[in-house]
Design a protein around this ligand. Sequence first.
Ligand SMILES: Cc1ncc(COP(=O)(O)O)c(C=O)c1O
Length: 407
Amino acid sequence: MTASEIQLASRLSAVKPSASMAASLAARALRAQGTDVIDLGLGEPDFPTPRHVIEAAHDAALAGQTLYTAAAGTPALRAAIAAKFRNENGFDCSPDDITVANGAKQIIFNALMATLNDGDEVILPAPYFVSYPEMVKLLGGTPVMPVCPAEGGFRLTPEILQSAITPRTRWLFLNMPGNPSGAVYSEAELQALGAVLARHPQIMVLSDEIYEHILFDGRSFLSFARACPDLRPRSLIVNGVAKAYAMTGWRIGYAAGPSALIRAMNTVQSQSVTSVAAPMQAAALAALTGPQDCVATFRAAFERRRDLVVRGINAIPGLTLAPPEGAFYAYIGCAGLIGRRTPAGGLLADDTAVVQYLLNHAHVGAVPGAAYGLSPYFRISTATSDVLLQDAIDRIARAVSALSEAK
Ligand SMILES: Cc1ncc(COP(=O)(O)O)c(C=O)c1O
């Protein structure tokens, strides 16, 4: 059978591969040709996974933890997650109402697989994490992506939420701190959203809290479960070890939610991947229960880099960046570059063209705002060394100064 004869499922027709992965592949392809590229496309901490976490996986495998586990995750890990939610986030849940999967992404996939019927709508405030709309489409749903502009701090407001709701709305996704914006919600803001949701009992909330530990300017984290306890019976609180413990490649995410939803997600899990690899679960257990000083060290580094990037980017005419409140991205406004021409005469018609120019001219990899549902912006990850970030900013500044003036 040739490639053109392979019949793909129709549900794939509208689904795009991950834009951040694609940006990274383009950067790697240029690097493979011998170009010195700084790739700020993908968001993963550049720190090594803490040693005690690696050792825990090794010890677990040597001790025979090499078999399938319960689909929901090992009892020890689920108990540790329940303790984490109690101690760090201030809400109680039974380990039976917790599920573990191969990353927060698979948690989200399982939740949608377990709940969406064709045409069900999922509200994804834009700018959103690139995978949300594609997962929704893959599972037969319809993403509804109301724009939350920079003037409102990229946050969803009760008015925007209300206008996005229809009788077919099944889920609202929240992500705080947000990827790509870094936006964080106050208790009052979450409760105002909760008041809208109280009028629409068919809507569930997925709160993606994977960046909870990466908060700046002395902020402390408030889980949606804690801000809106009345909505707990229809809230899924999603988290994972990838970002807080520099464990993106270990693929461990988890969630707490209502029993019926968690049971359904476990059914999806058991009939797809069976369970998460046992040694990886032991590693996640060590991350959650072991020394936590790495979390503070990583956070401080991300804040220092955030400051470096905010200073550097705002010194470049045509680019704007309000200080992100958390996470490790900078969502840079590039309205001032649109309509200008490159030294080769190319027109920067949109943020995709800007990103293309930055890659080819400055050799800096970024992701266009179009991928996040809000233009004209581009996202860079600040999860790389201060030296490389400064180099990238200098390159961007030189590339911008080489553009013709807007007519
Ligand atoms: C908002 C958000 N949720 C989930 C994920 C994925 O997490 P995991 O690596 O645990 O699948 C990411 C990764 O970039 C993210 O930005």
